[in-house]
Design a protein around this ligand. Structure first.
Ligand SMILES: C[S@@+](CC[C@H](N)C(=O)[O-])C[C@H]1O[C@@H](n2cnc3c(N)ncnc32)[C@H](O)[C@@H]1O
Length: 292
C-alpha cells in the first residue's frame, strides 16, 4: 500500500513542485488562505508541537491571553482549557461559523471574546499575560507577524510574554531552476537548489522591540564552492519561547528559494557582498537580493 502511494508521488513530483507555494499564497480575494493550507497547518505536529511545548513551559493557568490569527484553533485548543480569559482575533470571515461552533461545542463561550477584524487595528480592553500569534512566513516577508506584534505588544502586562518572540533569518548562496515563480518553497528534496555557501545570518527579529519594517543591509559572504549563483536559499529559525524552537516545515516557513536580481559567478574562498532590501508583510516578489 505505502509502496503504491510512493509510486504515485514519484510520478507527480514535477507537478507538485509549486503546489505548496500555491496552497500557501496569502490572497485578499479569499481573505487569507484556502482550506488546504489550514489542513496542512493542523496536521503538522512539528509546528503545533513547538507551540504546545511553550504553552507547557509557561504557566497559562488562570491567565489572560490574546491570540491573533486563530485560524481553525489548531494552537488555541492547547491552552484554552487552562486560561481565565482569551481574546481571539481572526479576520477570515470564512472561518467565523467554524470558530463559533467549536467554542460552543467545547463550552468555552464564557471565557472567550471573539474579535473579528484586523489584528493590527484591534484595541484590547485590558492588558494580557500572553500574546500568541502564528502569522509567520519565511523572513516575515509576506505576512504581518512583525506589524501585528508591534501593535499588540502595547497590551502586554509588564513581564508578559510574546509567543513567538524571536526569528533568525539565514541565507545561503544558491543556484536554482526558475521557470514560473520568482520564489518558491522546497516541496521535496529533489527541488533543492545547488548550494554554494554555508548559512549566514541575514537578520534577527526581536518581536518585543522590532520597529523597522524595511531591512536594508549588506552582508559579506564566503562561497564554499565555485559556480553560478542566481538565488538566495532562505531559512527562518523561530524561538516560540526559550528552548521551544521551530525551524521550518512545509506548513510554516518552509525553506524557500528566492531569485537574485542578477546571476553572478563566484569563486570558492573569494568573498562577495550580499545586498538585502525587503520589507516585512509585503511580498517576496518585491524583495531585492543581489551580489557584488
Ligand atoms: C498562518 S495562519 C495560522 C492559523 C492558526 N493560528 C494556526 O496556527 O493554525 C494565520 C491566520 O491569521 C489570519 N490573519 C492574517 N492576517 C490577519 C490580520 N491582520 N488580522 C487577523 N487575522 C489575520 C489568517 O486569516 C489565518 O487564519
Amino acid at each position: 500500500m505505502s509502496f503504491d502511494f510512493h509510486s504515485q508521488l514519484v510520478d507527480n513530483y514535477k507537478k507538485l513542485k509549486y503546489s505548496l507555494l500555491e496552497a500557501q499564497t496569502f490572497s485578499p480575494q479569499h481573505y487569507g488562505f484556502p482550506p488546504i493550507y489550514y489542513k496542512i497547518m493542523e496536521t503538522d505536529a512539528v509546528r503545533v508541537g513547538a507551540f504546545q511545548k511553550a504553552f507547557e513551559q509557561y504557566d497559562f493557568t488562570d491567565k489572560v491571553v490574546c491570540e491573533a490569527g486563530v485560524g481553525t484553533l489548531a494552537l488555541t485548543q492547547h491552552f484554552l482549557d487552562k486560561v481565565e480569559k482569551a481574546y481571539l482575533i481572526e479576520n477570515n470571515p470564512d472561518l467565523r461559523a467554524f470558530i463559533e461552533q467549536k467554542i460552543k461545542e467545547k463550552g468555552w463561550e464564557d471565557k472567550v471574546v471573539l474579535l473579528f477584524g484586523d489584528a493590527m487595528q484591534i484595541e484590547l480592553p485590558e492588558k494580557v499575560d500572553y500574546i500568541v500569534g502564528e502569522l509567520m512566513s519565511i523572513y516575515c516577508g509576506n505576512e504581518y507577524q512583525v506589524q501585528i506584534f508591534k501593535h499588540l505588544r502595547q497590551f502586554l502586562k509588564p513581564g508578559g510574554k510574546l509567543l513567538p518572540e524571536r526569528i533568525v533569518n539565514v541565507g545561503q548562496l544558491a543556484y536554482a531552476q526558475f521557470d514560473k515563480y520568482k520564489h518558491y518553497p522546497v516541496n521535496f528534496t529533489r527541488h533543492l537548489p545547488e548550494q554554494l555557501s554555508l548559512q549566514t545570518e541575514i537578520n534577527t527579529i526581536d518581536l518585543y522591540t522590532e520597529e523597522t519594517l524595511r531591512i536594508e543591509k549588506q552582508i559579506d559572504l564566503l562561497p564554499n564552492m565555485s559556480g553560478k549563483v542566481n538565488a538566495l536559499y532562505m531559512h527562518s529559525f523561530v524561538q516560540v519561547a526559550e528552548g521551544c524552537n521551530f525551524t521550518g516545515t512545509d506548513s510554516l516557513m518552509p525553506p524557500t528559494i528566492c531569485k537574485l536580481e542578477q546571476e553572478v559567478s563566484v569563486k570558492q574562498g573569494t568573498p562577495v557582498t550580499l545586498h538585502v532590501d525587503y520589507t516585512y508583510g509585503t511580498d517576496l516578489d518585491s524583495a531585492k537580493f543581489w551580489i557584488t
